[in-house]
Structures are given as C-alpha cells and as structure tokens.
Design a protein around this ligand. Structure first.
Ligand code: KG4
Ligand code: ZN
Length: 342
C-alpha cells in the first residue's frame, strides 16, 4: 500500500464540525473540533436544522484552522476525505459538499468515509500495536454494535447491534429524566460518582438471552418508573439513580463484549465512540480483561467523541487501497458498515 501523503479529513455527521490533517494516515499535524452544545442545550437534544445551519457558518473556519495548525496550505494536500454517513443528512451534506468541492478545486482524489469505520480506526491510531484480528465495540449516541475485524483490507463483520436505543442515547435520555444539564452522558457519569451503584437493582437488559444483540429501551423505562416513584428528587436520589443506571448500562456492554470475545476466540477488544470515554465502562472492561485474559484498547477521550482525525485516518486507508469516489457521491442517513456499506 502506498502512503497517501497529506490527507484532510472532515467530519460533520451530527453536531460537531471537525477537520484534521494527517500525514501518511497516522501522524496528526492539525485537528480542530467545533461543538454546538450551547445551541442545543435549551432543547435538551440536537435540533437537526440548527445543527446544519451552524455547520454552514463554521465549516470554512474549522478547515482553515486545522490547516493553519498543521502549517499546510490547501495546495499541499494530496487528498480529501469526508464522512458520507450515517448521520443527519443536513449536517453531513455541509462537510461532504465542502470536501468534494475542495478536492475538485485542488485536482486531488476524494473519498467518502463511513462514520463507524472512522470510530473503529481510532483505536488503531491510539495503539499502534493493535492490528486485526480483534473485536470492535462501537458505543456512541447513534450506535451500539459489535464487529469482528478480520484483516486490514476486509470489511468488518457485524456480530450484533442494538434492537432499539443506542447506549449513548440512553445516557442522554436518563440524564434528562434526572434534570441534569445537556449534554447528558458526561453529566450523568459525573453525578454517578457520588452515588451507590447498588441503590436500585435495575434489570440487566436481555438477561439470560443468547446472542450479541443489545437493548436499552426497557432499562430507560425502568429508570423513568423509578424517578416517578421517588417524586421530588434530591441530590442523593439523582446520584443513586445515575450510578445504578450507569452500572446496569455498562454491565450489559461488558457481558456482550466478553461473550463476543469468547465465541469468536479473540483476545483483543477495541472500544470506540463517545461512550468509550465513560470511566466506569473503562474500569469494568479493564477488570474483565484481567480476569478473562483479553487486552482492551480505548482511544483517548478526544478520539472517542466525534473528531476528524479518525475520518482522515480511515480515508487514508481507503486511498492507499486505491479507492476514489466520484464528486457526485451522496450523503446517507443510515446503513451498516460491512461488505454492502453504501
Ligand atoms: O461518538 P459520539 O461523539 O457521537 C456519535 O457518533 O453519536 O458519541 C456521543 C455520545 C453521546 O450520547 C454522549 O452522551 C456520550 O457519547 N458520552 C458519554 C460520555 N461522554 C460522551 N456517555 C457516557 N459517559 C461519558 N463520559
Ligand atoms: Zn460518532
């Protein structure tokens, strides 16, 4: 595989506009992430129309800032990669169109990247010694899935995924029920630190069920009922319910990940996506790894949540394999990663 040189990556699948410049798919020369928490906080969740409007205002400044940090002029770029999906189409269109237009103007190759391929690559960026075969656990606001990664040049195989809500979505919704500030996941995790994880015995999702699927809607309902039962919530209630929810939510991930490693005969696990930043999940999986004898790799928190470093890296790999996308490549809102990926 020929190293692709300087690649600009652009990510805009949800409410982060991000740009990064990588040399040869690994060395980060510049990286910028522009979030929109203040825009969406009053609504308690991402408002798609506001997200795409903010992206339009931010995109050129974010790309310029990443290039400036890298000390690179646009003309120095060898290729451009941008997230094509899945995600909010209005958001995706901004980064994807900007990336295609820039590549067209510069006369360099363009590739679209599947957002989850980016998340999975982030583990290999964080630990250069991690190489397939390994199991990938993707835990974010939009996805909860287990993949088997066989080799660098074969598509990941989906082993199981959520039947309803994503784990990050459950964190965000439970945080809202507990009156915690937006964005919910990190706030809930912080509140849980002062609570007793055994205060409420929330049911473990799909307990006793075989397979590698996930489910979070039942757990979310159980939390809603508990909150209703308690009435007015004091700080102690919030901490205890948060800690008990977090324990059940992470337990479910640990059970499924251990089963996947055992069933697939693997000894390496990569945990990626926003929820991989969760402290309890990191501790529980590290402890399970010591017990069962598997190695677990987590990217640093800034590579767990959405960023463009992972998109530039995944794009660089596709370019090195000879991939090129036409300038009419479209954004897509849904679609699994794998052989039939859009
Ligand atoms: O990967 P990401 O930035 O965006 C998606 O692709 O969805 O993940 C965002 C999700 C949100 O649901 C957020 O609440 C959750 O990751 N998250 C966390 C933590 N940090 C972010 N959930 C639990 N604990 C955290 N520390
Ligand atoms: Zn993501």
């Amino acid at each position: 595989m020929r190293p692709p040189g300087l690649v600009l990556g652009i990510e805009s699948s949800c409410d982060e506009m991000a740009a990064a410049v990588l040399r040869d798919g690994r060395e980060v020369l510049g990286s910028r992430v522009h979030g929109q928490d203040a825009t969406h906080a009053p609504y308690g969740g991402v408002v798609p129309e506001l997200a795409s409007r903010d992206h339009l205002r931010a995109v050129s400044g974010v790309v310029e800032a990443a290039l400036a940090q890298a000390g690179v002029a646009p003309e120095d770029l060898d290729a451009v990669a941008a997230t094509a999906g899945p995600g909010l189409v209005g958001s995706l269109l901004v980064g994807l169109s900007f990336g295609k237009a820039l590549a067209f103007r510069l006369g360099v190759p363009f590739v679209g990247v599947h957002h989850l391929e980016g998340h999975l690559v982030s583990a290999e960026l964080a630990d250069a010694s991690l190489a397939p075969p390994f199991i990938g656990l993707v835990v974010s606001g939009g996805h909860t899935a287990l993949y088997r990664l066989e080799a660098a040049d074969t598509p990941p195989v989906l082993l199981g995924q959520t039947r309803d809500d994503a784990v990050g979505e459950a964190f965000d919704k439970v945080a809202k029920l507990l009156g915690l500030p937006y964005p919910g996941g990190p706030a809930l995790s912080a509140a849980a630190r002062d609570g007793d994880p055994a205060a409420v015995a929330f049911p473990r999702p799909l307990a006793g069920a075989p397979g590698l699927d996930f489910s979070y809607s039942g757990l979310k309902t159980a939390v809603a009922l508990e909150v209703e039962r308690r009435g007015e919530l004091g700080p102690r209630d919030v901490a205890d319910v948060a800690a008990s929810f977090e324990a059940a939510a992470t337990d479910h991930l640990v059970t499924r990940a251990r089963r996947a490693l055992r069933d697939e005969g693997m000894a390496r696990l990569a945990v990626v996506g926003g929820v991989a930043a969760n402290r309890r999940l990191r501790e529980e999986l590290a402890a399970a790894g010591r017990r069962d004898g598997f190695r677990v790799v987590f990217p640093p928190p800034e590579l767990c949540t959405d960023n463009a470093v992972m998109i530039a890296a995944a794009g660089a790999r596709r370019l090195a394999r000879g991939a090129r996308d036409p300038f009419d490549r479209e954004a897509f809102s849904r679609g699994p990663l794998g052989p039939s990926a859009p």
